[in-house]
Design a protein around this ligand. Structure first.
Ligand SMILES: Nc1ncnc2c1ncn2[C@@H]1O[C@H](COP(=O)(O)OP(=O)(O)O)[C@@H](O)[C@H]1O
Ligand SMILES: [Mg+2]
Length: 299
């Protein structure tokens, strides 16, 4: 199991993320970003955080330390937002804590140098684990002390949302042309050669064992928690050797990304009256679903 700490103070919600994690102080004098079991994303997002985060760490990628956080909603009675209160009240017990990286900034392409080797490793891991949330608009990566850190792996392992179809999806291709690191020329082939052989059954068993029983219990179609753990290990062990089927290709180059951005800005300007032409682009963040390819297809 991951180390267990106890929440002593709920400091603030992090509203940037859809699941509204909270900054929480704990009895080990730590400050963690806590992802709650009562959030809409549910405990499967936390299972993915543990399995993928700890796998990433063992493969040499940077992931903040993870802890189990025993949370009593009484420590957060001062939180005024009613919706957040409901979520916190539904989260009594074990939640997931990720070490807070103070001053970390959400990654944007070009913000820090990420070479093709490192980019390739992140993309490779995302492809192996089917992470659908590592896009230019929702990178779930931060820059901290000039380096890249993986802070949200909750949208990986999508197969666990429908176990009945998991076996058929084991070699499923990974298409994420809008990947946040697509502009860094990710060397996914090199990553596959280097990291693939490291993802062994014992390593997978080790990381899957870190998930607390209570998040796995009661999964429909399984007799026991051990059977669920076994299913994760089997799926990932089978997938890792099928990389020829799922290795992603065809990322947008930095030039293509810039060109897509230029066209988007031009479209925004075209829709404005003359007196608004000189106003800076106030366009909000495009939706998560935005796929750069759609932009490329247009004129
Ligand atoms: N460990 C961390 N250290 C610093 N900032 C973090 C950390 N984890 C998350 N954040 C900040 O909070 C935001 C939302 O976190 P995230 O885990 O992506 O939540 P969600 O599950 O809601 O998407 C991130 O974009 C980042 O700015
Ligand atoms: Mg996120």
């Amino acid at each position: 199991m991951l180390d267990l700490v106890t929440a002593v103070r709920y400091v603030d919600p992090l509203r940037a993320g859809g699941s509204v994690p909270g900054v929480v102080e704990t009895d080990d004098l730590g400050t963690y970003v806590v992802k709650f079991t009562g959030a809409a994303q549910g405990r499967k997002a936390l299972i993915a955080e543990v399995i993928v985060g700890e796998l990433a760490r063992r493969l040499g990628l940077r992931v903040p330390e993870l802890r189990l956080v025993d949370f009593d909603p009484a420590v957060a009675v001062d939180e005024p937002d009613a919706e957040i209160q409901d979520m916190l009240k539904a989260s009594a017990g074990l939640n997931l804590g990720m070490d807070l990286l103070p001053g970390a900034r959400d990654f944007r392409p070009g913000m820090i140098a990420v070479d093709s080797v490192e980019a390739g490793r992140v993309v490779w891991l995302d492809a192996l684990t089917g992470n659908v949330d590592r896009t230019v608009h929702n990178p779930n990566l931060v820059a901290w002390h000039g380096r890249l850190w993986l802070i949200d792996n909750g949208a990986a392992l999508i197969f666990h949302h429908r176990w009945a179809g998991a076996e058929a999806a084991v070699g499923k291709a990974y298409d994420l042309s809008a990947h946040a690191l697509g502009g860094s020329a990710p060397d996914v082939r090199l990553a596959d050669e280097e990291l693939g052989p490291l993802v062994t059954v014992p390593l997978l068993e080790e990381v899957v064992a870190l998930v607390p029983d209570e998040w796995l219990a009661g999964e429909p179609g399984f007799d026991s928690v051990d059977a669920v753990r076994h299913a994760y290990v089997t799926h990932l062990a089978a997938r890792v050797v099928l990389s020829e089927e799922w290795l992603p290709e065809g990322f947008a180059t930095p030039e293509q990304l810039r060109e897509a951005e230029r066209r988007r800005a031009a479209r925004t300007r075209a829709g404005r009256p003359a007196w608004l032409q000189e106003v800076p682009d106030l366009h909000g963040k495009p939706s998560v679903e935005t796929v750069w390819e759609h932009h490329f297809d247009e004129g």
